[in-house]
Design a protein around this ligand. Structure first.
Ligand code: FAD
Length: 400
């Protein structure tokens, strides 16, 4: 029986898995270092206290149980090395897993440039445990603020470095929530300032101009100090220093300045880009091994015109589904299908029930309607997975 292994139970890995389970005669192993799939784009609701951990995670054990495939197993392991000759995976837990076909879907992590001095204290919200810690730190900042009246209400300044999607969204969510908090409590000490730093001439570089303008206006309306065209050079416990020669006070830094591939790509001798993402062909295969595929954020993905696509859930869906289909086809000796990844649009959450975006490159949307479209898109992803984990949970309890 052919053995297929997926490393990474994120969006891309799960889309691949949903295709693979259609073949009842293969052995499938899903490996993840966490026991859950982290719904990263929904983490803002967690930070804003609109949801809790159960709403932003999908349990991978019950998900696999719910898929009801005789030879599917989930292994909670951290991959450390891959022997492509022996087709064997080595893990931190010392367990090895053999494969005939391998899907690399371990995503990316926040890139902390070593050239920026003092950055090790900055917050990062890509990992769930860091997002939870960040939420607590943000709440602590608010608490310290309202407890500070005797100390003459010193300035509190949160600095978000990086004005791509996640930097912009997190700055907006924090500003919206702190504004609401101070208004609701009528606290005398309400001088909490949020700054957003972009090294590019605008925020959200690469996005349509109208989306940039609508987002910029919303950030300004929320009271955010937007600084463009300047990079963070270093920081100490009180200040952040920018390349334009200015320094700004800081009580708390969130770093969203870039991403790099998960470290496990470094053990594969395949073609990679400068961020460590694996360069794949139109069938999601690596250049050297046709049985090793890479998908989602971990891969450098281009559309049919050769344009580079930004890492996001839509790309994870296209590439994950394609990899699952193609492995099933390889096993059956069928011709492979080329992936045709396209972006359906872009929707950016900007605090509270407000979003802006562009759909299919045709229509710009903003406000409540954009917020509900974004919510609908993510609810439609989550709903079938919730059904599966419910089924898996019931099956697991029957076995106990
Ligand atoms: C805060 C935030 C907001 C975002 N908002 C949006 C949005 O609004 N819209 C959008 O389209 N995209 C958004 N994104 C991007 C989106 O979340 C990613 O593009 C998507 O998660 C990529 O899916 P993936 O499966 O490739 O990687 P991931 O979802 O990161 O999954 C990778 C999996 O691999 C596992 N893994 C990693 N290393 C190992 C290892 N060594 N061994 C075993 N397992 C390992 C991880 O535990 C993880 O489960 C956002 C991202 C963040 C951080």
């Amino acid at each position: 029986m052919e053995k297929v292994v997926i490393i990474g139970g994120g969006y891309a890995g799960i889309y691949a898995l949903r295709e693979l389970v259609k073949n009842r005669d293969i052995k499938i192993t899903l490996i993840d270092k966490h026991t859950y799939h982290n719904l990263q784009p929904e983490v803002y609701d967690l930070i804003a206290n609109k949801s809790n951990m159960a709403d932003v995670t999908i349990d991978l054990t019950t998900l696999c149980m719910g898929m009801n495939h005789d030879y599917l197993e989930f292994k909670n392991l951290k991959v450390r090395n891959i022997d492509t000759e022996k087709k064997r995976i080595f893990t931190e837990e010392k367990e090895t897993v053999d494969f005939d076909y391998l899907i690399m879907a371990a995503g990316t992590r926040t890139f902390f440039p070593s050239s920026i001095k003092g950055l090790n204290n900055a917050e990062d919200i890509k990992k769930l445990h860091r997002a939870i810690f960040f939420k607590q730190s943000f709440e602590n900042q608010l608490f310290e603020k309202i407890s500070d009246e005797v100390k003459k209400c010193n300035d509190t300044h949160i600095v978000v470095v990086g004005a791509g999607l996640s930097g912009v969204e997190i700055a907006a969510e924090m500003a919206y929530n702190s504004n609401k908090f101070f208004k609701r409590g009528n606290f005398a000490c309400d001088n909490l300032q949020i700054s957003l730093i972009s090294s590019s001439p605008t925020i959200l570089p690469g996005l349509p101009k109208e989306v940039i303008n609508m987002s910029h206006k919303r950030l300004k309306d929320l009271g955010i100090n937007v600084i463009t065209g300047s990079k963070m050079e270093s920081c100490d416990k009180d200040y952040i220093y920018l390349t334009n020669g200015t320094k700004i006070s800081q009580s708390f830094i969130v770093f969203a300045g870039g991403i790099e591939s998960s470290t496990i790509t470094s053990v594969l001798d395949v073609n990679k880009n400068g961020r460590g993402q694996i360069i794949v062909n139109e069938y999601m295969q690596t250049d050297k091994y046709e049985n090793i595929l890479a998908i989602g954020d971990m891969a450098e993905v281009r559309d049919r015109k050769g344009e580079l696509l930004p890492p996001n859930v839509t790309v994870a869906r296209h590439t994950g589904t394609n990899a699952g289909i193609n492995i099933n086809r390889m096993i059956k000796g069928k011709k492979l299908l080329a992936c045709d990844p396209k972006l359906d649009g872009i929707l950016i959450a900007l605090g509270g029930k407000y979003a802006v975006g562009n759909l299919y490159g045709l229509v710009n949307v903003k406000g409540l309607i954009a917020y509900y479209i974004k919510k609908y898109v993510f609810d439609s992803y989550r709903a079938p997975l919730l059904k599966l984990i419910k089924k898996g949970y019931a099956r697991l309890n029957k076995l106990k």
